[in-house]
Design a protein around this ligand. Structure first.
Ligand SMILES: NC(=O)N[C@H]1NC(=O)NC1=O
Length: 184
């Protein structure tokens, strides 16, 4: 799909196509539509990300809370969005054995208890061994930096989803501008 096609979309079609760039948050696409025309993928995604950055903390936490746990209940029940299902599957999270699944579920619960929102990570840039390791590491980060790290992961997920839709050049796997974890 090229940008001319994107720029020609009416509101309804745009939200249908881009409504899940930010997981279960079609409002972001709805707001971005009014910023058209877009010159390229970077321009388009910058509007998605600027919307997130401009939200108050409650809105940013709300966006994080719309994400399903990695290897969590939605995966078990088959209720993930198509995008999330594919991402979790690519990371090998759909084929964990019972012990590994339980370990991840316990870590997810600890993380949610500490920060008040779910652990978010771009699963396609990770794998079944790295996910619990990264979760355990981030559990010890400070809440302020962890919020920024988690929003950076939301942006990585959104970037990869946009690349899928627009058939653009290979995804930047190390995106610039502070998308890295702030807590080492
Ligand atoms: N919790 C979490 O990170 N979920 C997201 N990550 C990802 O790659 N897809 C998701 O749904």
């Amino acid at each position: 799909m090229d940008m001319e096609r994107v720029n020609s979309m009416g509101f309804g079609e745009f939200v249908d196509v881009f409504g899940n760039i930010i997981e279960k948050c079609p409002l972001v696409a709805a707001a971005v539509w009014s910023q058209r025309p877009f010159s390229n993928l970077e321009d388009l995604e910058s509007h998605f990300f600027a919307f997130i950055d401009a939200l108050p903390r409650s809105g940013q936490e709300g966006i994080l809370r719309c994400h399903p746990d990695l290897a969590g209940r939605d995966l078990q029940q088959g209720t993930l969005t198509a995008e999330s299902q594919r991402e979790q599957s690519q990371a090998g999270l759909t084929s964990l054995d019972a012990d590994d699944r339980l370990r991840l579920q316990r870590l997810n619960a600890q993380y949610r208890e500490r920060f008040g929102f779910p652990f978010v990570l771009a699963a396609r840039l990770s794998d079944r061994d790295a996910v619990p390791r990264e979760l355990a590491r981030r559990l010890h980060c400070q809440p302020e930096s962890e919020l920024r790290t988690a929003l950076g992961e939301v942006k990585k997920i959104g970037h990869l989803r946009l690349v899928d839709l627009l058939g653009a050049h290979p995804a930047r796997v190390e995106p610039p501008r502070g998308w890295r974890s702030e807590c080492q």
